[in-house]
Design a protein around this ligand. Structure first.
Ligand code: BLA
Length: 317
């Protein structure tokens, strides 16, 4: 027996159907991002020992300055994972946010697990991906290693969670050929489809983690570290969630959360600055341009073919 919102969906991941639905508000009754986090932590615990990350101490009990808003921050490490962290924001019958990510230690070239969802009563904005450490168009070996076998996942979810419309070329370069970038009306069925996709993508990531072999070449480890640092530097500067965080916990609280929790490592994994990585954002006075997109190009449809080859045609705007 499946609840009605589940029986309508084909071929969802079996693990997505076993977990009881709990929580509430904003996403259709009986749905919450909390269960995404529980699932991922439980599955990770089956395979490795989770050790609390030092950042947990400071952020575990972080409070919003609005009574109706609950923040939940958790972070861990394992022998292969440098940082596994999760932030959820729940406002009664209003905004719900999930920001879940896993960063491997630099001895591994694992993709970065990235699940971001912002849901208001009007719509949910979602990015679910195994963000590549190396650009998959330039680095064919990386594409082959991690994404080639996963392309059926794109097909599986292309109807339930279709391309979310124009996405900037700046964001796209951090995405993989299997990215789920979608915008939908919050409903129980859509939420359940997203949960199933989250389960599928996280299980795949855990498989990669299990199979990952420690790199011993210092050069390659340094390269992995810098690639992760570049990613952290981008997200710590340009995260679309920043204005909401600032509203909820104030400017200095939001800055700390971004640099010491969500994208921890931005201050320690490397020394290059945002402008050294992304020079196109430099303004004459030496400050960083606040815009998210400098190129002003975007992709209105999925720019990869069924084999994961880039076939995109950027349009203006
Ligand atoms: C919007 N969030 C977006 C958009 C994307 C993302 C692509 C659409 C707007 C755009 O094209 O920029 C997410 N972008 C990402 C991710 C990457 C990226 C994950 O480049 C990774 C490389 N979103 C969150 C969190 C909050 C949040 C934690 O993940 C709030 C705390 C909010 N996201 C949020 C809001 C919008 C948004 C409010 C709509 C407003 C806007 O576009 O500025």
């Amino acid at each position: 027996f499946f609840p009605p919102c589940l029986s309508a969906l084909p071929k969802l991941h079996p693990l997505a159907l076993t977990t009881e639905m709990s929580g509430g508000g904003g996403l259709g009754s009986g749905c919450s991002y909390q269960k995404f986090v529980h699932f991922a932590l439980e599955q990770t615990r089956h395979r490795s020992t989770l050790v609390p990350h030092p950042s947990q101490e400071k952020f575990r009990f972080i409070k919003a300055n609005e009574d109706n808003t609950v923040l939940n921050a958790l972070s861990f490490s394992t022998s292969k994972i440098r940082l596994l962290r999760s932030l959820t924001i729940e406002q009664k019958n209003s905004v719900q946010v999930l920001d879940f990510a896993a960063f491997s230690r630099p001895e591994y070239d694992l993709p970065i697990f990235c699940a971001n969802a912002f849901s208001s009563p009007a719509r949910s904005i979602v990015v679910l991906d195994l963000n590549p450490l190396y650009d998959t168009t330039e680095h064919k070996d990386y594409r082959e290693k991690y994404y080639r076998a996963l392309m059926p996942l794109v097909h599986k979810y292309s109807e339930l969670l279709p391309w979310g419309g124009k996405i900037t070329s700046e964001s796209l370069r951090f995405f993989s050929p299997i990215v789920i970038w979608t915008v939908f009306e919050p409903s129980e069925a859509n939420h359940q489809a997203l949960y199933s996709a989250f389960v599928d993508y996280y299980m795949v990531w855990l498989e990669f983690m299990d199979g990952a072999v420690r790199e011993s070449s210092k050069e390659k480890i340094d390269r992995n570290r810098e690639a992760q640092h570049k990613y952290l530097t981008w997200r710590a500067e340009k995260d679309p969630g920043y204005p909401l965080l600032k509203k909820l916990i104030g400017e200095s609280g939001a800055k700390d959360l971004v640099r010491e929790f969500l994208f921890e490592g931005v201050g320690s994994l490397g020394t290059k600055s945002f402008l050294e990585y992304f020079a196109e954002y430099a303004q004459e006075d030496g400050t960083v341009n606040k815009k998210r997109s400098m190129a002003g190009k975007s992709f209105g449809t999925r720019p990869w073919d069924a084999h994961g080859l880039f076939v995109g045609d950027a349009v203006d705007g």
